[in-house]
Design a protein around this ligand. Sequence first.
Ligand SMILES: Cc1cc2nc3c(=O)[nH]c(=O)nc-3n(C[C@H](O)[C@H](O)[C@H](O)COP(=O)(O)OP(=O)(O)OC[C@H]3O[C@@H](n4cnc5c(N)ncnc54)[C@H](O)[C@@H]3O)c2cc1C
Length: 554
Amino acid sequence: MDADVIVVGAGLAGLVATAELVAAGRRVILLDQESADHLGGQAWWSFGGLFLVDSPEQRRMGIRDSLDLAWQDWLGSAGFDRLDEPDGQDLWALRWARAYVEWAAREKRAWLHERGVRFFPVVGWAERGDGTATGHGNSVPRFHITWGTGPGVVAAFEPVCRAAEADGRLTVLGRHRVTGLVTTGGSVTGVRGQRLAVDGVDRGMASTRSVVGEFELSAQAVVVTSGGIGANLDLVRRYWPERLGTPPEDLVVGVPAYVDGSMLPVVEEAGARLVNRDRMWHYTEGLANHSPVWPRHGIRILPGPSSLWLDATGRRLPAPYYPGFDTLGTLRHLRETGYDWSWFILTRTIIEKEFALSGSEQNPDLTGKSVRQVLGRVRPGAPAPVQRFLDDGEDFVQADTIEQLVARMNALVGSHLLDPDRVAELVRARDRELANDFGKDAQLAAIRAARAYRGDRLIRTAPPHRFLDPGHGPLIAVRLRVLTRKTLGGVQTDLDSRVLGADGTPVPGLYAAGEVAGFGGGGMHGYRSLEGTFLGGCIFSGRAAGRAAAAAVG
Ligand SMILES: Cc1cc2nc3c(=O)[nH]c(=O)nc-3n(C[C@H](O)[C@H](O)[C@H](O)COP(=O)(O)OP(=O)(O)OC[C@H]3O[C@@H](n4cnc5c(N)ncnc54)[C@H](O)[C@@H]3O)c2cc1C
């Protein structure tokens, strides 16, 4: 045997599984198709937002949360509807969901805290939902931003792995691409694949797929932690569900090229059952990155609630499709318009207070743990990364009057889809609703409700104001495209992250965790996410895989 356990994929789930395995005294080989210098996969690029329930940070912000409320929200969002025995695709997903929400309400924060993870004190309110208590969305803010963002999360696990590597318990093999699992007597006993040419590209850039050799390695068990399909647009389009309309032709990509889904057919061939492949989590607020790292690199705006959202033809999106409320509801609505883009219209005041960009590199203050820079968020002026998009982003236009703005919007997309008079009247009508502190515009009511939460008032939601008040100008428009990101379905697993076969029993020797396993069970989110649940899902399922594999090969 070359090792006790082989882990395929050195993203967050793979690092957590490896850390558990070496802590239990097992000899491990950790393989990745990318460089061994760049451990952490997508998590390194992530914003580091984590879903926690009833945390001290929430309580300090005056938020009263509970396991019951979080579970109500989770079920309302997930909409599990594939529960029929014997082969219900949601059977294990539902069990994982419950275990995960309980973990998020109990042990999760303390366990991460022990590993050095700390949080920014203002809890964010992501996915505010569809406007019903039992439907989709977070009833309260739960998005805890890791101090140090994604790299801060990775730092809780990578040093343990590096220490094990230094003393010989772990071998990390970069540029090793797995193309097959080896099965002996019905058990998975190893991996085979191709050695890729060493390529000095920077982290996240697409690397060469030139093959320089082959390899085969043996172990008592294999843990697959190979991520989702978000960069493989062929797969995204193939599994795009009819309920979301047709897939856009013009997509931006929110994940590095290595999120390619290449292990899915490999595990399927070894007997694994793949479920819920039509469930995906893509965003409607994607921008083309002005400085792309990976192909078609898109950045997601994490929007506050005040921008006016128009479809490509200038119609305002209906309630409750406001920025940051209902990701897939908005996506479904926009796909019905027949166009691949939509628009935010906003003011300088709104962009300064409400635009955050997802990704560690777009938040140098939080990623660099600079208190001084973070305090800049409450001062006037746009954060530097947002200003950079205003200056250099291809999707932004600005003007002093609404007529000029619409002319620039039409010029940007090379069409006359937007009627300047109609858009101007929409904006004026919205502004008229501001004559009172109450009124019938549901978006303005939602903005006022958001400001009842101290965190929103402080750094997230601009005071309601007239768009056509020059004191808040210039006016800004942002063209938004669909950005691919997360894969919600995948390999079905039990609560020990054991991979299940077609007959519902474990495939001996095979484990899966993280995004490839739908973050646990083949899709613990069901149809929709409450956000900040992906990193945590990788940690929770990676930990389960590492612990169970360590015990099994004992
Ligand atoms: C910009 C950005 C922001 C995000 N923000 C958040 C956030 O705030 N909160 C949150 O919860 N989630 C967030 N996410 C999502 C989260 O980061 C991912 O879902 C999670 O990190 C996935 O981890 P993973 O270990 O399952 O897979 P990955 O990180 O994708 O790692 C898989 C690894 O497997 C390797 N691999 C794949 N196939 C093979 C093969 N055949 N052979 C060898 N190696 C292979 C890949 O090279 C890769 O290194 C964000 C993601 C991005 C990109």
